[in-house]
Design a protein around this ligand. Sequence first.
Ligand SMILES: [Zn+2]
Length: 440
Amino acid sequence: MKYTPVIGLEVHVELKTNSKMFCRCSADYFGKKPNTHTCPVCLGLPGALPYPNKKAIEWCLMIGLALNCEISLFSKFDRKNYFYPDLPKGYQISQYDEPFCKNGFIDLSNKKRVGIRRVHMEEDTGKLIHEGNSTLIDFNRSGVPLVEIVTDPDFESAGEVVEYLKKIQQIVRTLGVSNADLERGDMRMEPNISLKNEGQKELPKYRIEVKNINSFKLVDKAIEAEIDRQTQNPGQRFQATMRYDEKTNTTVTMRLKEEAADYRYFPEPDIPPFHWQQAYIEKLKKDAKVMMDKPSEEEERTQELLIKFSPISPVSAATIARDPKFYSSYGGTASIGKDEFGTPYQGTANAIINQKVPLVGISDEERAKIIADLNRVSDVDEDELNKTIDEVLKENKSAVEDYKKGKENAIMFLVGQVMRMFPQKIDVSKVKASLLAKIK
Ligand SMILES: [Zn+2]
């Protein structure tokens, strides 16, 4: 009897955001002293509330867009409940039935199109460290943003899987959202493998999931070993979770597979659902396309120079580097703007990319002046500012309390509330100073 392997894949990619997914702890945990990057949120202490990381979600959407996914305009987080020592809350915040992205695809060199079932956002767990007879737990990784990419069971060989994985690695690196460093565990892979009889149309009724592999070479070996095992033991095809043992080059059963229902998924009550505006998705789509379009060598050099010499976002740098009109306007204006008019570089980049200023037909000086006006911080009447601050403080007593208890972020929330009350752009540092003076 001849068999065709049926292989699907789940990949976890760790994002390189500054902070964790639901708290403000630094996500740069690798090699740091254990349990130094923790707070009540990522330690799962009672009463701590999660606060989603906007950048991480944006990057998850960008990954989905680069993988040709649809972005659902409605989405939400769910709790995935299970008990394990590396999961302090007793549940992981993940996404169940409304992932951020779904129905994408990626093409392989043999012209095969692999379906991307979903791309969703979740949080990483802590790390268990086994030492002699004891096990230690490091929660520095707990709550680090993790994107899970799930394919349809469209692969037929380990070679196809490895090619796909290299593409995913390249995509997240090109987007600038993950280092995708396998040795550091930035990418963790779980292939699922079953066999189909020759001519069989429907998918097999079972699948073997091989857990947590973190190298392309081992994915290749694990898949080959599992295909061998199933081919030689037709009676041993069952639903299970296994691990790959490198020493013996075999797969070893860990447990019979849990069904989704075992996790008792339910909507995360502490995070409201998301409703995206189509315009926001279109903007991200444009950004992802700019980042994914292979730049010419010259464009790439320009892009690197822009990032090096003027602190603008990678997407802005790529957009400017790839459009000669943007580039010549920005090149002339940015230096003048910064020197004479104090316009921040990103402000200049935004004005040019969004074409808030003529790109041709005026001099660099004239353009710089317009941009400076667009970015100008208006003077604000002291009395008016004080009155507004008093109102904001009265209406946001809990944020004031939070700040007094040591929650530094609360002050930026209050600054935002004050800024909102003014139609014109006002000086952030002045607002912050006045607020602090009143709170203390
Ligand atoms: Zn934390």
